[in-house]
Design a protein around this ligand. Structure first.
Ligand SMILES: *[C@@H]1O[C@H](CO)[C@@H](O)[C@H](O)[C@H]1NC(C)=O
Ligand SMILES: *[C@@H]1O[C@H](CO)[C@@H](O)[C@H](O)[C@H]1NC(C)=O
Ligand SMILES: *[C@@H]1O[C@H](CO)[C@@H](O)[C@H](O)[C@H]1NC(C)=O
Length: 975
């Protein structure tokens, strides 16, 4: 199981094959010389073999249309040997969506006795196994079956291909499927491939292979080895004898090693070593870095290396050959300062140190890295200056300096020589930092991407930006610009992929006719400004985020027809009124609709059936009335539905078929009736359920206890009666540790959801995003619940908040309440509970909020552990029998139930003070939602680094993106 986080990491941590001298080229050039003569003659038996093969294939787009006529040597993808006419090469790699083949692979191919080269990569064989007979091509030198949706067991028969030089079985098949290869293999068969130079087994599950190194050590000619995402668990601390004398590329990323053995650094032939995301927490001695002089590329990203960056760079700077060209330690817990010796790494082209703990300045010597192309220091703690020598980096195309604490000035001098700069980002949390770029400045570069945030550039837009005619991504958030959108910016819109001007003071109306390009993603975010007037209609935009402005009037009725491409529509927090336009149902690509916090009224219409892609709907905080329409459940992917704080009424039966729902918030409406039994039968995916502040009555149905995944249950503020069901301990997610987010199954390759929930903790809203799945709460307050607090509730060992206040509960607080070891907030106030405060409560060290006021509790208030910090007497008041600190009067005598001398002073507190919602779920949840590629764009340089430094998987993925883009464009043009 892979969390979305890991997924994202995976997407992002990509590296470059620039340094791999691929044997592939060798092979193909050799073959090229054999083909190409127009006077070739095709051999009959081979032509028939090809025809039979093509009959088995599914070729929906006519890729093999040229496979007719007598001379098969002229057929597309078929190459014959010049002198003999034998087919030697078959290249059917799919290069576009419409060239993907599927179907069966006929054994007739074996008649191609001279076949040396077979490439079926990127096709879609829909899970059929690799044919066993592939192991019988005696002359085969090149076999590429990567990314072609084969599955099953790798046939060991492949081990017979003793002439094979190149084998690519990268099992990653479809970015739109859930990650995970179903190819399983051991490595015993590999030892037969004695000529092998290139081996890629990425994504093949090798977790059962206990000695992968020994198996591969029999391949002395191996030059490139890719074993990423293979589930490898162990790496020998010290292999006896390594046969790898020509190994130049080793990629072991995304496995699960605990250590980083020194021998990996000692393979002297190695030029590229990739070990990112291997869960390593190595203790690397300073001396270990001294052995890296043979490396050109080193990637240790996403491991807890926790070294001092100056040790590593210092050691590399002492290598006389200056071989290092790429250094990637993204998110590796590196600390320390960048040393002056950085300047000696004169061949460095790619330096990626984002997301570490590096402090200090950038050394002056940076200016000597004349080949530096990518320089990433984002999200560190650099607190010194940016030297002007940065301006000498004439080859630099990307400079990522955001999220640091830069001091000093950034001026034109810093940018003087950056002729090739295309991607630039900077931000500083340090007020002492200033950006000093004059309005008259004409930069030497032409940027495509700029991001400056949280710096007061305004109130005007910087004039020099007008000179940047190639910009396609402009992110100027929280930079204090005001006024209307300038003319030059409007002129750039036809090339914009991302325009984010959120958190500024922009005002006025938006032009209704801005032209945006027909890219797959066009993201426009103007949220948190002062824009007013009508919602604009911009046809090509895919993500329109206008939240928290002053837009008014009705949502244009034709919005769905004009903005047909929308994936995300967020108009929340405006002054929009009238009803929800019917045409929204025409936005067939819509994934998230947020119209919350407006003045919308009328009924929720019935037309939801077309929205087959939608995941998230938030219509909360409006004046919507009427029932929930039945069609709301016709959206198969809907998992987050929020309708709270409206005037909706009726019963809930229309939600019965919404089986995909994970979160349902109906709080603050006028729903009534019993809580339906079927919620516990149909909505089994529910993680969050809130129906607070409605008019539900009757018992809490036992069936609710079947919602095993539930981790937030909020039934507060209704008229529920009866007792608290004792089966609440069925909520297994509340009684066990959930290592993974329950949302992880929404982490497809194309969509990453980041659910967010605002919880109000003592009056302060706190946004939970990634940790939302850790929030576990039950709120049954403000009902008429009677009877005891069931002992079973204390089995919910991971519960974080329990609120049972304002009911009529009786009996004692269960002694075992101390088993709620994770409890942070407990409110039992305003009930009729009696007996003492159980001493076991003092063992809950996480408890920070407690209220037991207005019960009939008695005895001494515990005074150990957390209780020492509960100094506010109001949390105990209204319990005549309770005494001890912090109540003013220690009560020693109780006389016929009447307490003497211990009246608490002040009984007429304002209700808000006694209102014990330390954690109030009423505000429910909003959702942040990103599309992976959107987020790559959003994450500034990632996108760029991502596309430019493609690794093997990225290569695959990139092609899939292209495939699907083409597909989408075709679909769009058809419409
Ligand atoms: C094909 O063979 C002919 C004659 O054997 C030779 O002249 C020609 O250069 C060859 N073509 C290629 C591309 O090798
Ligand atoms: C090195 O490879 C040869 C086969 O080429 C094999 O016989 C030998 O055992 C290998 N050495 C080790 C240490 O595995
Ligand atoms: C930068 O941070 C380090 C470590 O926190 C500190 O020792 C140093 O004085 C700071 N330098 C500046 C210029 O603020």
């Amino acid at each position: 199981m892979v969390t979305w986080g890991a997924l994202l990491h995976f997407l992002i941590i990509l590296s470059l094959p620039l340094f791999s001298k691929s044997v592939y080229h060798e092979e193909s050039s050799e073959l090229k010389t054999e083909a190409g003569d127009l006077n070739l003659r095709c051999i009959d038996i081979e032509r028939n073999a090809l025809l039979k093969f093509s009959e088995g294939l599914i070729d929906p787009f006519g890729q093999l249309a040229s496979w007719v006529g007598i001379d098969c040597c002229r057929w597309k993808g078929v190459h014959c040997r010049n002198q003999t006419g034998h087919v030697v090469k078959l290249n059917l790699r799919a290069v576009s969506y419409s060239s993907r083949l599927g179907g069966k692979i006929s054994p007739s191919l074996l008649d191609l006795k001279y076949l040396k080269y077979l490439d079926l990569s990127m096709n879609d064989f829909q899970g059929i196994p690799i044919p066993d007979f592939f192991g019988s091509f005696e002359r085969m030198r090149y076999l590429n079956l990567s990314c072609a949706s084969f599955s099953g067991i790798v046939p060991p028969h492949l081990g017979n291909l003793s002439n094979l030089r190149y084998l690519d079985l990268l099992a990653y098949s479809n970015p739109y499927d859930y990650i995970g290869s179903n190819w399983v293999s051991d490595l015993n068969w590999v030892s037969g491939l004695t000529s092998l130079k290139y081996l890629d087994l990425g994504y093949i599950n090798l977790s059962l292979e206990t000695n992968w190194l020994q198996a591969l050590n029999t391949l002395p000619s191996l030059s490139e080895l890719y074993l990423y995402y293979c589930g490898l668990q162990n790496i020998p601390p010290s292999p006896l004898n390594l046969n790898f004398t020509s190994l130049s590329v080793l990629d072991l990323s995304y496995n699960h090693f605990n250590s980083l053995p020194q021998w990996l650094f000692n393979i002297s032939s190695l030029a590229t070593l990739r070990l990112s995301s291997c869960y390593m927490k190595p203790s690397i001695s300073k001396a270990a870095w001294e052995d890296l002089c043979h490396l050109q590329a080193l990637d240790l990203s996403y491991n807890e290396i926790a070294g001092d960056i100056s040790d590593l760079i210092g050691a590399l700077s002492r290598c006389s050959n200056h071989s290092i060209e790429m250094l990637k330690l993204w998110n590796s817990h590196m600390s320390g300062q960048l040393p002056e010796s950085l300047g000696f790494l004169k061949n460095l082209r790619f330096l990626h140190l984002d997301e570490n703990l590096i402090t200090g300045p950038i050394p002056e010597s940076i200016g000597k890295l004349s080949k530096l192309n990518y320089f990433g220091l984002a999200e560190n703690q650099l607190n010194g200056t940016i030297p002007e020598s940065v301006g000498k980096l004439t080859e630099l195309t990307e400079l990522c300096l955001y999220k640091n604490s830069w001091g000093g000035v950034l001026s034109q001098k810093h940018m003087e020589g950056l002729r090739k700069l295309e991607y630039f980002s900077v931000s500083s949390s340090n007020e002492a930092f200033s950006i000093n770029l004059s309005d008259e400045w004409v930069p030497p570069f032409s940027l495509r991407f700029i991001e400056i945030d949280s710096y007061p550039l305004g109130p005007k837009f910087p004039t020099w930006l007008k000179t940047q005619k190639q910009l396609d991504s402009i992110i100027l958030t929280n930079v204090s610009v005001s006024g209307t959108i300038p003319h030059w910016l409007k002129k750039l819109c036809p090339q914009i992929q991302r325009l984010d001007l959120s958190y500024n003071q922009l005002g006025g109306m938006l032009p209704d006719s801005l032209a945006f390009p027909g890219y797959t993603r066009v993201i426009v975010d103007f949220s948190f400004n002062r824009l007013s007037g009508q919602i604009p209609l911009w046809p090509n935009v895919t993500h329109l985020i206008l939240a928290n402005n002053l837009f008014s009037g009705s949502i244009p009725t034709n919005i769905g027809q004009v903005m047909l491409r929308l994936n995300i529509l967020d108009l929340s927090g405006n002054l929009l009124n009238d009803s929800i336009p019917l045409s929204i149902s025409d936005m067939v690509y819509l994934q998230r609709l947020d119209l919350s916090n407006n003045l919308l009224y009328g009924e929720i219409h019935e037309k939801w059936r077309n929205l087959q892609e939608i995941r998230v709907i938030d219509l909360s905080r409006n004046n919507l009335s009427g029932n929930i329409p039945n069609s709301i459940c016709s959206m198969p992917n809907l998992f987050w539905l929020k309708l709270s704080s409206n005037s909706l009424s009726g019963e809930l039966s229309s939600l019965k078929n919404c089986t995909s729902l994970s979160a349902l918030d109906l709080g603050g409406n006028e729903f009534s009736g019993n809580i339906p039994q079927w919620i516990g039968e149909s909505l089994l995916s529910l993680v969050v359920l809130s129906i607070r502040a409605n008019m539900f009555y009757g018992n809490i149905p036992e069936k609710l206890c079947h919602l095993y995944n539930l981790h937030i249950l909020d039934l507060a503020d209704n008229n529920l009666s009866g007792s608290i069901p004792s089966c609440l301990d069925n909520f297994s997610s509340l009684s066990s540790w959930t290592p993974y987010s329950p949302y992880s199954h929404y982490s497809y390759w194309n969509y990453v959801f980041i659910p967010q929930m605002v919880l109000v903790v003592k009056g302060l809203p706190i946004m939970y995003t990634l940790t939302l799945y850790l929030v576990k709460a039950i709120d049954l307050s403000r009902n008429n619940l009677r009877g005891d607090i069931p002992e079973e509730i204390t089995h919910l060992s991971t519960l974080g908040s329990l609120n049972l206040s304002w009911n009529q509960l009786t009996g004692k607080i269960p002694d075992s309440i101390g088993s709620l070891k994770q409890l942070e907030a407990l409110d039992l106030s305003h009930n009729n509970l009696s007996g003492p405060i159980p001493l076991s409560l003092t063992s809950i060290t996480s408890l920070s909020k407690l209220n037991v006021s207005y019960n009939n509790l008695s005895g001494k208030i515990p005074s150990t552990n957390q209780f020492q910090t509960f100094n506010d007497p109001s949390i105990y008041e209204g319990n005549p029998g309770l005494w001890g600190s912090p109540l003013q009067t220690p009560c020693l005598t109780i006389n016929k139930g009447k307490v003497e001398g211990c009246e608490a002073k002040d009984y007429d507190n304002d209700e808000d003070d006694t209102l014990p919602y330390y954690i109030s779920l009423v505000l429910g949840f909003g959702i942040g939602f990103w599309v992976v590629f959107g987020s790559l764009v959003m994450k500034r340089s990632w996108r760029h680094a991502y596309f430019r430094f493609l690794d093997r998987v990225a290569d695959c993925l990139y092609i899939f993106i292209k495939l699907n883009m083409a597909h989408l464009q075709r679909m769009m043009s058809k419409e």
